[in-house]
Structure formats: structure tokens, C-alpha cells
Ligand binder design. Structure first.
Ligand code: ADP
Ligand code: MG
Length: 468
């Protein structure tokens, strides 16, 4: 299968060849011809499977076929013309042809960068990112050029819409990237408002890890007779990523083990995931003192600082990135060999996203979770979600005092709650013991599994990473 066979024009094919893409991935093979034909798409396919190109290539193909003569003057040109006529220029809203919504700034920038790469030979087509944290005048300048493609996080986009800076009446293509994640982050009302502002004649493409539940409902509301593409492949199971669990007794054991694992000869670059922004900072400081080149990445950092950190990571100046979930989304650095879960993620699907930071571009990766004995049940939840068993490893000299099998078969009653992952650090007075098999208290994560938990109940916490 080749990109030519999918019907893309020669300008795009040349850009792909220059980018080193030789053949379309499975999701691209299915999505591209359908999208060129103008169909709505609902697509689920895992991290790293090439979804950006799956929606951007057919869209660029379609946009490049629009007659430039019909496109009219840009807002900048109109304002200049008005000045020439001696009139006071009125700001005219940007009228994009395509909008891509993404959950985070990093992901939006990634999409824009990829779009620039694919559209190098299409001079007329420009893509810009509209993001929270970017200076307002700079965004106004970008909008005044009337770019064909906007890539945006929902919050900031709403601000511009409400102040009349963007007019979606000419929109032809709407893409929701990582739709499940946007809903998790509480963007549903913003998304509906944005969708309502676009013409009902638009083409809509929605990408999500799952098409069940809330996402599925929204997906069906905003699409017309969509083609559903669900890709289950080796890459989805992350078969090129070796996964391991190491049980730890307490925080000091965890830190010693992490330090040891980070000195592995096969480690080129690594991402260490923590549950909190504060831990990300603390661990980055500690690792720097220990002689590693480490940096933190989280939602409390200014956009400029986040970009600089990601650049240093890409250039190899930063070897170990300590990150929280949302900040690390969309990181695509092929030289990341290792992912560490210093804390387990709140949701099993975050685990899948995290480990997908390694094993990029067909390489192998290693994903290691450092797990307190009390968290055995959470490992099981992840295993149920990924339908894969994660082997438990023990390193000589770093053995846990308890055996792994004991940890796994006897999760602490009461289950695990967000933030409750500092082994041994809990005040003993708060521990609740009950006999195995006894009815569980409210808040237990066992039994109901992931589906039983309510992602919305954590909206407050997730929102704090958001992009408004
Ligand atoms: P997803 O959105 O599914 O997680 P991305 O679109 O971010 O995946 O793509 C993952 C990586 O694969 C990127 O580095 C991208 O440049 C690369 N890639 C995508 N399609 C191809 C292809 N057909 N050939 C080679 N590399 C590709
Ligand atoms: Mg993607």
C-alpha cells in the first residue's frame, strides 16, 4: 500500500517522501480515502498509530483544491484597503476552513508542526495554533492573516469566538483529536458551543481511544452517517514496549530503585511520571543533584518554559523528563527509551498513553512501574484494561521485603484513591482494615473496576491542568 494509492496529490506525496514516510499506517489506509471522499469519521486507534496524518493529509488535499480566487481578501488586506480608501479599518474576523480541537497545548503544537511538515509544498495553506498561555496580541496577529487551519484548545478558542475574532461560517472541516481526553478534562460544554457555531454542512472527524459511553454519544450527535474505523493492531497492544512492575516497600526504596534503573546503560532518554506537579519538581531537583540532567514538565509552568523544556528534551540536553499526565500528552521524541511510573496513573487509559511515550517510530521501549504493595489492585485494573499481564521483576540488592505474589493477591482493603500512593506514609490511624471478601466501603476501587469509577468526580483536579 502506498500514499499515492490513497488518492493524495503529488505535493503531499513529495512532502511525505521528504519526511521519510514510506507507507501509510493501518489507520491512515482506512481514514484517508474516506476523508478525501468527504465522509464523517469516528476513529479509535491507539497512541502512536499515526492519527494526525490520518486526518491532516486528506484535509490538506481537500483544502488545496479550493479555488484561491474564491477565497477573497485576508482581514489584513481588507484593513489595508480600507485605510487606502481613507476609512477607519474595522477588524474583520478570521474565517478558517478547518478547525482541529485538541485537549492540550502540547498536542496542538504537535499537530501544527506536523501540518507544516505535510503542507510545505502548499504555499497558500497556513496552520496556526490558538492556545491558552499565548500572548493575546500575538494571537490577534496570527488570526489577522486569516489562516485556513486553526489548531486550538477549546477554552481559548471560545474567548476569541465570543469577542468576534473568529467566524466559523466558512468552516468545512472539523476535527476533534483525543476527544475522550477533552471530555475527561471537562470541555464538553465548550466543545458543544464551538460545534454549534460551525455550519451543519461541515465534515466532522472524531478521534478517541474509545467510542463508548459519553464520547460515543457526543460523537453520534455531531456526525452524520459516520464511517467507524477501529484499529486493533500489534501497536495498539504496545507489543514493542516491554512492561514491568517492581514492587517497593516505601518511598526511600522507590527512590533508590529509580536511581538504579535510571543508570541503565540502555537508557537514552526517559520520562518519569508523577501524580502531582510538586513531586515532578521535587524529583527533578533531586535527580539533578544526583548528577542526571533532569527537568520537570507540568501544567503550572508557563507556556514558554514548557516549550523550552520540550526543545531541550528533543535536542537531548535533557535526559530525564519528570512529568504529570496532561503535560506529557503528545510528546513525540523517538529517542525516549524508558518510561517510569513513579506513581501509577489515576485512570488505566492514562497508563496506555504514558507508556506510548516510548517505543515511538517503530523502536522498542521499556515501561517500568514502581508500585507500592498496597497498589496491587491498581496494577490488576491496568491489566484488565490492556488485556495484558505485566510481569513483576526483582533486582538483586533492591528486593522488596514482601514478596510480589503476596502484594498482588492481597490488595489492601479499601482500595486505592488518588494521591493515596505513598507506601508507608499513611498515618496508621487512617488505615481501615477489613477481612478479605467483606463488603467494601464506599470509595473502593475493587469490584466495579474502572467502569465503576466516575471520571467526572475528579473534574476539579483535572481541570487544574487545563488550558483556559
Ligand atoms: P497518534 O496521534 O496516533 O498518537 P501521531 O500522529 O502522533 O500518532 O504519529 C506518531 C508518530 O508516527 C509521529 O512521529 C509521526 O510523524 C509518525 N508517523 C505517522 N505516520 C507515519 C507513516 N506513515 N510513516 C512513518 N511515520 C509516521
Ligand atoms: Mg494524536
Amino acid at each position: 500500500m502506498t500514499f499515492e494509492a490513497l488518492g493524495l496529490n503529488t505535493s503531499l506525496i513529495k512532502a511525505l517522501t521528504d519526511a521519510g514516510y514510506t507507507a501509510p499506517t493501518p489507520v491512515q489506509q482506512q481514514a484517508i480515502p474516506a476523508a478525501i471522499a468527504g465522509k464523517d469519521l469516528l476513529v479509535s486507534s491507539q497512541t502512536g498509530s499515526g492519527k494526525t496524518a490520518a486526518f491532516m493529509l486528506p484535509s490538506l488535499h481537500r483544502l488545496s483544491e479550493i479555488d484561491p480566487a474564491a477565497a477573497g481578501k485576508t482581514p489584513n488586506q481588507e484593513m489595508q484597503a480600507a485605510r487606502a480608501r481613507g476609512e477607519r479599518p474595522r477588524f474583520k474576523a478570521a474565517q478558517p476552513k478547518m478547525l482541529v480541537l485538541t485537549p492540550t497545548r502540547e498536542l496542538a503544537l504537535q499537530v501544527t508542526t506536523n501540518t507544516d511538515k505535510y503542507s510545505v509544498n502548499l504555499r497558500r495553506i497556513k496552520a496556526v495554533s490558538i492556545l491558552g498561555g499565548m500572548p493575546y496580541p500575538k494571537q490577534m496577529q496570527l488570526l489577522a492573516k486569516n489562516p485556513e487551519i486553526l489548531v486550538a484548545t477549546p477554552g481559548r478558542l471560545i474567548d476569541h469566538m465570543e469577542s468576534g475574532k473568529i467566524d466559523f461560517s466558512q468552516l468545512e472541516i472539523l476535527v476533534l483529536d483525543e476527544a475522550d481526553r477533552m471530555l475527561d478534562m471537562g470541555f464538553i460544554d465548550d466543545i458543544e458551543k464551538i460545534v454549534d457555531a460551525t455550519p451543519s454542512t461541515r465534515q466532522t472527524m472524531l478521534f478517541s481511544a474509545t467510542l463508548d459511553g459519553v464520547v460515543g454519544n457526543m460523537a453520534r450527535r455531531i456526525t452524520k452517517d459516520p464511517q467507524i474505523i477501529q484499529i486493533v493492531s500489534a501497536a495498539n497492544k504496545h507489543e514493542n514496549i516491554t512492561q514491568r512492575v517492581h514492587f517497593v516497600d516505601d518511598l526511600s526504596h522507590k527512590n533508590r530503585l529509580l536511581d538504579h534503573l535510571l543508570r541503565d546503560d540502555s537508557l537514552d532518554q526517559a520520562v518519569v511520571f508523577t501524580a502531582t506537579k510538586r513531586d515532578a519538581d521535587t524529583i527533578a531537583d533531586r535527580l539533578n543533584i544526583a548528577g542526571f540532567s533532569a527537568a520537570a514538565l507540568h501544567g503550572d509552568m508557563h507556556q514558554g518554559a514548557r516549550n523550552r523544556t520540550l526543545d531541550s528534551l528533543r535536542r537531548g540536553q535533557v535526559k530525564i523528563l519528570i512529568a504529570t499526565d496532561v503535560a506529557a500528552r503528545g510528546i513525540d521524541v523517538p529517542t525516549i527509551t524508558h518510561v517510569f511510573n513513579y506513581d501509577l496513573p489515576k485512570f488505566p487509559e492514562d497508563y496506555v498513553h504514558r507508556i506510548g511515550r516510548t517505543g515511538r517510530a517503530g523502536r522498542n521501549g521499556l515501561a517500568i512501574s514502581l508500585v507500592n504493595h498496597a497498589e496491587g489492585m491498581n496494577v490488576k485494573r491496568i491489566e484488565r484494561f490492556t488485556k495484558q499481564l505485566i510481569p513483576v521483576n526483582v533486582i538483586e540488592g533492591y528486593e522488596p521485603k514482601k514478596t510480589a505474589s503476596a502484594s498482588r493477591s492481597a490488595p489492601r482493603p479499601g482500595g486505592w484513591k488518588p494521591g493515596d500512593n505513598r507506601g508507608g506514609a499513611k498515618p496508621s490511624g487512617q488505615r481501615t482494615f477489613s477481612k478479605p471478601g467483606a463488603p467494601r466501603k464506599e470509595g473502593s476501587t475493587t469490584g466495579g473496576g474502572y467502569k465503576g469509577s466516575n471520571p467526572r468526580s475528579t473534574d476539579g483536579a483535572r481541570r487544574s491542568y487545563g488550558d483556559r
